[in-house]
Design a protein around this ligand. Structure first.
Ligand code: AMP
Ligand code: ZN
Length: 446
């Protein structure tokens, strides 16, 4: 299997360290509804997990849930997103986290995404995070200011390498207010102190004062505790490269002297109608918004997988409509090939798997499927590889439907058209239509 490794910026043959692939995915900040842009990355990493399994690997995967410490800006200013959510909704931060974790997991399940072995909630690792800061301090990588404990990026000489950062070009101009004690512009908080009078409901005592962890710290800490580094694969969005992942790597080195991960995969961003996704443009669609327009989560997954994970893709409702039609088409091909006992092209599943194993080229795999004949067994394998529920969420091929189809055919032969129309309506209620062909009736999905 080949994957594009951000570390080294090249396509590489994937070789895990052991039998089980240790995989970590940076998860959501649970303070508002995930929009469809947020969900794209989880869809691609689901494909990664499925591709690894199809290639014979076992996978142990951790996905974190950020319920504290992610500030509104990627720097160290601004409000904690959870506190912001709590203020907006008149709820406690704990209630906000609970609510959006449930919502995220609901969307995750609707997309048929493979459950991680461990859902890691940041607030369950606070003591580990404090110990991580202790270690970094013992090793001489931190300094304290009146507003927190900061990571001194000048102490890690590879700091700029991962993201190919131009540190000399990083202006210290943004040093305003409480962060003016930073030694280098790229330094970041590993722990924040809560200032007297500051409202911050989630707080833990550390170094004799109330405070809370910096956002980047949870990933380095959770990986250390749950998987042990270096892990095999670390995934996230391209936006994570210059700050979040760069800082995760630096922290882990400061804690342990080791590398965090051997392969790093990043997926591109989507735009909507050629615009950035943003609240002010009113285009932060969630899966519920798509459902209101008649599209299922699986239609969206189909749209996502018809493009490459590294691309910058533009979402439109027209293109989503195209993906929905393609999916319906596939389901009807399955129905037809089941009924007619179609024999598939000899090597189609091998070619589909080869495309997916070549840096997750789902777009190419889809093109192979469109231009080939698949047997029912081939479709079962394809459905497992992509998790598109092509068969599961339908009345599919069950005996009851077959009996109705036979009854309709008998009524037609007896010229009892009132009865055959009535059965047609009953089939339609179950999402099925019948096409009369020269070889007899063939049912399809509506
Ligand atoms: P968070 O705000 O922490 O829940 O993270 C959201 C994550 O979703 C970001 O870090 C990105 O990796 C991803 N993301 C946000 N917007 C987009 C987008 N337009 N397209 C693809 N991924 C996105
Ligand atoms: Zn992370």
């Amino acid at each position: 299997m080949k994957i594009y490794n951000t570390l080294g910026r090249k396509l590489e043959e994937f070789k895990p360290q052991g039998e089980t692939v240790k995989l970590y995915t940076c998860g959501p900040t649970v303070y508002s509804v995930a929009h469809i842009g947020n969900m794209t990355s989880y869809i691609y990493w689901d494909l990664l997990v499925r591709a690894l399994k199809a290639n014979g690997y076992k996978v142990k995967r951790v996905l974190n849930l950020t319920d504290v410490g992610h500030l509104v800006s990627d720097g160290d200013e601004g409000e904690d997103k959870l506190e912001k959510g709590a203020r907006r909704e008149g709820k406690s931060v704990w209630e906000v986290a609970e609510f959006y974790i449930d919502l995220f997991k609901r969307d995750y399940a609707a997309l048929g995404l493979t459950e991680p072995e461990i859902w890691a909630r940041a607030t369950d690792y606070i003591e580990d995070e404090k110990r991580a800061v202790d270690l970094m301090t013992e090793h001489g990588f931190t300094y304290e200011t009146q507003d927190g404990v900061y990571f001194d990026t000048s102490k890690f000489d590879r700091y700029a390498d991962f993201a190919k950062l131009d540190l000399s070009g990083l202006k210290a101009g943004a040093r305003v207010g409480f962060s003016n004690e930073k030694r280098n512009a790229s330094d970041f908080a590993v722990w924040k102190f809560i200032q007297p009078g500051e409202k911050h409901a989630m707080r833990w005592d550390y170094l004799g004062r109330p405070g809370y962890p910096g956002w980047h710290l949870e990933c380095s800490t959770i990986i250390d505790k749950e998987l042990g580094a270096p892990i095999d694969i670390h995934t996230g969005g391209v936006d994570h490269i210059p700050v979040h992942h760069t800082n995760e790597i630096a922290q882990y080195y400061a804690m342990t002297g080791r590398d965090l991960a051997r392969y790093w995969l990043h997926c591109g961003f989507i735009t909507i109608d050629d615009e950035k996704i943003s609240k002010s443009l009113g285009n932060t669609y969630s899966l519920d918004d798509l459902a209101e327009r008649g599209f299922t989560a699986m239609d969206y997954k189909m749209w996502v997988l018809s493009g490459h994970y590294q691309g910058t893709r533009n979402f439109t409702f027209d293109s989503l409509g195209g993906a929905a039609v393609r999916r319906l088409n596939w389901r009807n091909q399955i129905a037809e090939c089941y009924q007619k006992r179609v024999t598939g092209d000899a090597d189609v599943c091998d070619r589909v798997l080869a495309a997916v194993s070549d840096n997750l080229n789902s777009a190419e795999a889809f093109a192979i499927i469109d231009s080939s004949v698949l047997s029912f067994e081939d479709w079962q394998k394809v459905d497992k590889l992509f998790g598109l529920h092509l068969m599961a969420d339908s009345p599919n091929i069950d005996d009851g439907i077959q009996a109705l189809i036979d009854e309709r055919q008998a009524a037609r032969e007896a010229k009892d058209y009132a009865k055959s129309d009535e059965i047609r309506d009953r089939l339609a209620e179950r999402g099925i239509t019948v096409k009369d062909t020269a070889d007899g009736p063939v049912w399809q999905y509506l």
